[in-house]
Design a protein around this ligand. Structure first.
Ligand SMILES: [Zn+2]
Length: 409
């Protein structure tokens, strides 16, 4: 990333402006301090609702398939996010991963311009930047030609019930931005992720009589060899470069005791897909590996299915999480880049992301041209240390304001 003037001089956000840096920091601190580990997002959803309502924004709660886990839909320029086609949809998730090994995860004191906390990078700061942009735009008192919608969704870190429910609403928008951390870059696409479980059957017996049993670990070996030998074609994504799918055999569960022949072996893997591939294709390829192993070992019993240890909801297993890529000449990028340049940033680099994000739902289910742009360095996501530069968050909020000005006012 290039250098830029570090002192923020925006027109919407900043000292003496429509929304001050202090206000943004206070909202960010309040939202980070409110534990919203996936599975228990309710309190944070109510906090976001309260902040939006207190600032005169239209707020609607839309349910997901889980109790007390809901999307908070904020609209400026219409009485509902479904009233008409929105000029811009800003999308962010407010669930976080668990605290894990992060010390002091809810201490949000600003030290040397940095604020820390669980979820501040992934991705409460991007979401708060969007919320603050909506508040600042509301404070202009101007009438919007097209509505602005902020979708605050749940469960991005697990079963994606939030974005799934959002897609079910059929919300319409000319453009969308996912506010995940991009560290000054703009991401045009992401890989998909297909979690697969293979269950290999054997027969349990006492280890002193192994000839009586069927060792499931031994039977799994040709399947494992086949998985490690898998090769995936390269896909040319033009100016983003060439990308390839990957497979990572990530977890093995087998056996009941050291002195038993294991009667079952379970192989877990994470298959990352590139544009042109999807979950069903990925599953079919793994089933082909099993079919080859069965040729070598007659009677081999093994089955593959889409599964992840934390996926209990059938709908997400059926849908999968698929890759996407927005064309490099997308006009939304030009709007974003102009907005960034107005805040003193250099041209925003264009990237494709090896990780997965919810732009999948916006593009593949809702047909909205989408880019990813938000504050923070994504390499800190899920780690013991998440921190953002608060000026950076203010700057991203300012970029959103300028984009709203161009697309909605
Ligand atoms: Zn995230």
């Amino acid at each position: 990333m290039g250098t830029y003037e570090p002192k923020f001089n925006g027109a919407y956000i900043g000292d003496g402006k429509l929304l001050t840096n202090e206000e943004l920091c206070q909202i960010l601190s309040d939202v980070v301090k409110c534990d919203s580990t996936f599975g228990r997002e309710g309190d944070c959803g109510r906090l976001l609702t309260k902040i939006a309502a207190e600032n005169g924004l239209m707020v609607e709660i839309t349910p997901t398939s889980a109790e007390d886990r809901f999307n908070v839909m904020i609209t400026v320029g219409a009485d509902s996010f479904l009233e008409k086609k929105n000029g811009l949809l800003l999308h962010g998730h407010y669930d976080t991963v668990p605290v894990l090994d992060m010390p002091d995860p809810y201490n949000t004191e600003v030290v040397g311009n940095k604020m820390c906390g669980r979820g501040i990078v992934d991705q409460k700061s991007g979401l708060v930047a969007a919320l603050c942009a909506a508040i600042a735009v509301k404070r202009t008192g101007r009438t919007l030609k097209k509505p602005l919608c902020i979708a605050c969704v749940v469960d991005e870190e697990s079963e994606h019930r939030g974005s799934y429910a959002l897609a079910q609403t059929g919300v319409k928008a000319d453009w969308a931005i996912v506010t995940e951390p991009t560290n000054g870059n703009c991401e045009f696409g992401c890989k998909g992720t297909t979690p697969i479980r293979i269950t290999v059957k054997g027969l349990t017996a006492h280890a002193s009589n192994p000839w009586i049993g069927v060792n499931a670990i031994e039977k799994a070996m040709p399947i494992l060899e086949g998985l490690f030998a898998m090769k995936f074609p390269e896909v040319d994504l033009g100016e983003f470069g060439k990308y390839q799918g990957t497979i990572c055999v990530s977890k093995l569960d087998a056996g009941t005791a050291y002195n038993n022949v294991p009667g079952e072996a379970v192989i877990w893997m994470d298959r990352r897909t590139v544009p042109g591939e999807d979950s069903q294709l990925a599953l079919g390829q793994v089933r082909d590996v099993i079919a080859e192993a069965k040729k070598k070992i007659p009677g081999l019993q093994a089955e593959a299915e889409i599964a992840r240890p934390d996926w209990h909801w059938p709908e997400i297993r059926a849908r999968g999480l698929n890759p996407t890529c927005t064309p490099a000449d997308c006009e939304l990028y030009n709007v974003l880049n102009r907005a960034a340049c107005r805040t003193g940033l250099p041209d925003v680099p264009k990237k494709f992301c090896n990780g997965y994000n919810d732009m999948d739902f916006l593009v593949n289910d809702l047909g909205i041209p989408t880019l990813v742009y938000g504050s923070g360095d994504g390499s800190m996501a899920h780690t013991a240390h998440e921190e953002v530069d608060v000026d950076d968050v203010c700057r991203v909020a300012e970029v959103f304001c300028h984009m709203i000005e161009e697309l909605c006012m």
